[in-house]
Design a protein around this ligand. Structure first.
Ligand code: FES
Length: 61
C-alpha cells in the first residue's frame, strides 16, 4: 500500500526505515532519501512511527 504518493513510498519502506532506527517522520523521510512534498502522508506516517514507538515501549516494560 502506498503511504506517500509524491515519493512513491509504500508501508514496507516506512517499516524498513523504522527498523533501521528512524524515530520520527523526518527521520524516516531522511532514511528513505526523500522529503515531504505535499504533506498529505505525514499524519499516516506519524501513526506508523507512533505505533512502532508504542510497541518498542511495551517490549521494554
Ligand atoms: S503524499 Fe507524501 S508528500 Fe505528498
Amino acid at each position: 500500500m502506498f503511504i506517500c504518493i509524491c515519493n512513491a513510498i509504500r508501508d514496507k519502506h516506512v517499516e524498513s526505515a523504522l527498523a533501521d532506527g528512524a524515530s520520527s517522520v523526518c527521520d524516516a523521510f531522511r532514511k528513505m532519501g526523500c522529503a515531504p512534498v505535499c504533506g498529505k502522508c505525514v499524519p499516516e506516517m506519524r501513526e506508523l512511527v507512533q505505533g512502532r514507538a508504542a510497541s518498542v515501549t511495551q517490549c521494554q516494560s
